[in-house]
Design a protein around this ligand. Structure first.
Ligand code: SAM
Length: 260
């Protein structure tokens, strides 16, 4: 059970609610080993590691990289927007089945998509929930958060086949954790290394592709390392290749509103 260290007594009820939702053990003592733990203080929830007190992972959509990406990320011209099929006229609904710290979900919601963000790791889901809650309090990000719904659970279970096309999401987006090597590994910031060490690799990721294809109405988009093999060795319909990443698109239908 992951420890949740409560650093401010006024947040005791929040800590209890988090503990019951995500299965954490609340304590007021800092751990003495090198294990990961969550920390709750007046700045919100953060992930820390016992032997690296200065490294901390927090989800903040109102500052830093997320805020920068919001302002200067390239709007509909960026690869992720093209891969999902967002246009000026149509903003598809998206299931982000590997939500992580919610950066991609937030970008998609900022471009007008409604996003169901699914995350199975309790620590990551709690960090994301905390970041979304704080972004709700900020007038610059409030409307974006209204388009994101977080679901805590495994996408293997959540991506069930849906027979009624009106209830299917337009797009399912997959971005599982993969091994980073050489130069890419060196470029990862300390905070992200901590996140990677906590999650490990999503070795069961290939299982998601067939389920995602059955679940989506229009397409499935998979984010991969630029030179990685396609997911489940299944050739995509087409790919968008960027500097570090590639988006593989498995097309089923034109991304457009459902017509009768
Ligand atoms: C590389 S991260 C995703 C990063 C995310 N796209 C972002 O922009 O922050 C992969 C995340 O997917 C989650 N994940 C992997 N497989 C999953 C599954 N089957 N169901 C739900 N979450 C999953 C992992 O726990 C991890 O947090």
């Amino acid at each position: 059970m992951n420890p949740l260290v409560l650093l401010d007594d006024s947040l005791a009820s929040t800590a209890t609610a988090l503990a019951s939702e995500y299965g954490f053990k609340v304590t007021t003592n800092l751990p003495e080993d090198e294990d990961f733990y969550l920390c709750l203080d007046l700045d919100g929830l953060s992930l820390k590691q016992g032997d690296q007190p200065r490294t901390s992972v927090r989800v903040d959509f109102t500052a830093g990289t997320n805020a920068h990406r919001l302002k200067f990320g390239g709007g509909l011209g960026q690869d992720i927007a093209k891969a999902i099929g967002i246009t000026g006229a149509y903003k598809p609904s998206v299931v982000d089945a590997t939500a992580g710290l919610g950066r991609d979900a937030f970008v998609l919601a900022s471009l007008g998509c409604t996003v169901s963000a699914q995350e199975r790791h309790p620590v990551v889901a709690a960090l994301l929930a905390d970041g979304l809650e704080r972004a709700k309090q900020d007038p610059d990000t409030y409307l974006i958060t209204q388009r994101i719904q977080l679901k805590f659970g495994a996408s293997q279970d959540l991506l069930t086949p849906i027979s009624d096309p009106a209830l299917q999401p337009d797009v399912v987006y997959l971005d599982p954790m993969f091994a980073h090597e050489g130069k890419q590994q060196a470029q990862v910031k300390k905070e992200m290394q901590a996140f990677r060490n906590l999650i490990g690799q999503d070795i069961d990721a290939d299982e998601l592709l067939a389920k995602a294809i059955a679940h989506a109405r229009c397409r499935v988009v998979v984010k991969r390392a630029r030179k990685a093999e396609p997911m489940a060795n299944q050739k995509p319909s087409f790919s968008l290749i960027g500097k570090a990443n590639r988006f593989d698109v498995y097309a089923k239908a034109k991304v457009a509103p459902l017509t009768n």
